[in-house]
Design a binder for this molecule. Sequence first.
Ligand SMILES: Nc1ncnc2c1ncn2[C@@H]1O[C@H](COP(=O)(O)OP(=O)(O)OP(=O)(O)O)[C@@H](O)[C@H]1O
Ligand SMILES: [Mg+2]
Length: 239
Amino acid sequence: MKSIMTCKGIAKSYGTGDIVELVLKRVDLEFFEGQASVLVGPSGSGKTTLLSILGCLLAPSEGQLLIADDTVNFSDKSSLTEVRRQKLGFIFQHAQLLPFLTIEENLAIVGRNAGMQDDDIKQRLDGLLHRLELKAMRYKHPAQLSGGQRQRVAIARALLHRPSIVLADEPTAALDWNTGKTVVELLLEQARMEKAVLVVVTHDTRMLPLFDRILSIADGILSEQAQTAAAENIFYTQP
Ligand SMILES: Nc1ncnc2c1ncn2[C@@H]1O[C@H](COP(=O)(O)OP(=O)(O)OP(=O)(O)O)[C@@H](O)[C@H]1O
Ligand SMILES: [Mg+2]
């Protein structure tokens, strides 16, 4: 299996002087091609913090992040932007589409930022709109779509430039269970098809059995649960 991303001794604290909060103590993790992980933990445990570091949006206080064998240089803003545009796709709780652009334009902009040719962008766009059943939405604006449709556009946008890593922070929090489950299943299916590393933060333990790996954070420590045991445990403890 090809290694795509590695965390080596990553720690993160916020604040200065006497008021320092150590949110992540020491995270050592390796992610492999096509692997889908779910990240769980109580509110305030550091899930968004870790995802932001993986997404090169936030510098760790200690340790290193490697993407495809290259150590990310968090002090070099332009190389960070390049890594984000080329290698990463993001999905947030609310799709965060640009309201004044059509769905097609919202997607095309990601391809242009990644330096893709117009023909390639068009082909990718056609393919993803078809796969995610969004063809009828192509020339609409985000406000004209339902929450579930907007999250499907967010999946297309996260994958358009063929990133090797896709990160999603509570992508279904604003959706009902059925719509949310469909969105996560589509996200998993599409990411696996593209062989991308996928890391999804969720509070919804019912989603856990869908993933290859279960990572949980508590008291600053990240641990990994065995998938089958964890899934059974969750089902037994569900009311
Ligand atoms: N920019 C910041 N400055 C100071 N403290 C921060 C900052 N961002 C997060 N924190 C603190 O770090 C801790 C972890 O926050 P984080 O947002 O990573 O948690 P989370 O697990 O994503 O929580 P939730 O499930 O509520 O989204 C919290 O105690 C939070 O107050
Ligand atoms: Mg969070």
